[in-house]
Design a protein around this ligand. Structure first.
Ligand code: SF4
Length: 418
């Protein structure tokens, strides 16, 4: 694990999940179902939670959605899913939380966007939401977003800037206003009576350098835990790489107590991908382990077979699929390293460095695949069943090295649960 020094922050409990302080950095996500569709929302929450989302946010945008919230919670609890739910409120949160106290009670946190609480009665509405949080003993996230930045505050800051002898650029004023909006909103929430250990802050933007700049400033100014992420990160590779870049720079400085990757999925795409990306970022930085890692070479002219790529992919999927079961039965297995390599050049070396590794034959090499365990040659596989045999060896390794009591009992547990 890394020796990154985390920024000191107040700890906030979101349901039974601690955020900030010395708590592990929490992975969270958000549904994209219509919240009033109870069954679809329950299914997606379960899917996200099963993938590793430790907190799940849902949109609460109208009466139907607010009425659905306690039903969603009830259905989840009936299936023993206790993941904390966060209500995402914009424009009418002050009304919905008052009109639907059962929804307020079922949620574990309210997200307030201070730029979206109204125009004339902005502060009044913001304070109403805070009062509801106090009444229901819930924390809030003050989530500033540059797409909905408080325009009145921005105009005021622009005016003040224009009076300066050396005015800042309008971009810099906007970044300052993001920070100021978060600071003022937290101050206002505390003045209403919300305890400091009920406040989480986020300040999201869609460009990497802006996000880094703003969070570095907030981390210096405030003690609240920080929810970090790039907003509207985009699709596919762009969204993944941009989010990874922003989060890595901040997390490496110890900034960030809970993270979300706001990836735009393809229509019908898997929403849980954003959860896996969060986990992979934390694991790649050596901050938290979630799933055994597969080291695989990129392949080159020394192998014209795609078999090692297929096997690496298959093993990574297998490990991920097994984790919901293994997590409880084989504690520590998430730290295991598995190597699947393409030829003799780096194959045996990399396989020896892993807990368990296989070096497949490259072009013109003898068709055999040596398997290594904890740095030693264990066996050599040949023929068509290499993949299956390697998986069996992997299962045995996991059972022997991460099982707490005798292997037979654990194998039976896995078979029963699986
Ligand atoms: S291990 Fe072999 S096949 Fe894989 S990248 Fe290295 S030289 Fe190429």
């Amino acid at each position: 694990m890394s020796d990154i020094k985390r920024r000191d922050s107040i700890q906030v409990m979101v349901g039974d999940v601690p955020v900030g302080g010395k708590a592990p950095i929490v992975v969270q996500s958000m549904t994209n179902t219509d919240t009033s569709d109870v069954d679809a929302t329950v299914e997606q929450i379960k899917h996200l939670h099963n993938a590793g989302s430790e907190i799940v946010r849902i949109t609460v945008n109208n009466d139907d959605a607010a009425q659905a919230v306690p039903k969603i919670k009830e259905k989840l609890l009936a299936d023993d899913v206790t993941v904390p739910l966060v209500g995402d409120f914009h424009y009418n949160g002050h009304k919905l939380l008052v009109d639907y106290p059962e929804a307020a009670q079922a949620l574990s946190k309210f997200r307030i966007n201070p730029g979206n609480t109204g125009t004339k009665t902005r502060d009044e509405n913001f304070c109403t939401i805070v009062e509801q949080a106090i009444k229901h003993e819930k924390p809030v996230r003050i989530g500033v977003n540059w797409g909905s930045l408080d325009q009145k505050l921005l105009a005021k800051k622009m005016d003040e800037n224009s009076e300066l002898e050396n005015p800042k650029s309008s971009k810099q004023v906007m970044l300052d206003t993001m920070v100021e909006s978060a600071r003022r909103s937290a101050e206002l929430a505390e003045s209403v009576g919300l305890a400091s250990n009920k406040i989480i802050i986020s300040c999201k933007m869609s460009h990497v350098q802006d996000v880094v700049h703003v969070y570095e400033r907030i981390a210096e100014l405030l003690d609240y835990p920080l929810h970090v992420g790039l907003t509207e990160a985009g699709m596919g590779m762009k969204g993944t790489v941009s989010s990874t870049a922003a989060l890595s720079v901040l997390l490496q400085q110890g900034i960030g107590d809970t993270i979300r990757v706001s990836l735009t999925p393809k229509p019908g795409g898997d929403r849980a991908k954003e959860v896996r990306i969060c986990q992979q970022i934390l694991q790649s930085l050596g901050i938290r382990n979630f799933v055994p890692q597969v080291t695989a070479c990129p392949g080159c002219g020394r192998t014209n077979s795609t078999y090692f790529q297929e096997l690496a992919d298959e093993i990574q999927d297998y490990l991920r699929d097994m984790m919901p079961i293994w997590r409880d039965v084989y504690p520590g297995v998430e730290e295991m390293n598995v190597a699947v390599m393409g030829c003799v050049v780096n194959g045996p070396g990399e396989s020896r460095n892993a807990n368990i590794g296989i070096s497949l034959p490259g072009t013109f090499e003898e068709p055999k695949a040596p398997v290594y365990m904890d740095g030693e040659h264990y066996t050599t596989l040949r023929g068509d069943g290499i993949g299956e045999e390697f998986r069996n060896i992997l299962d045995e390794y996991v059972m022997r090295n991460y099982g707490q009591s005798n292997g037979q009992e654990e194998q039976e547990t896995v078979e029963e649960t699986g």
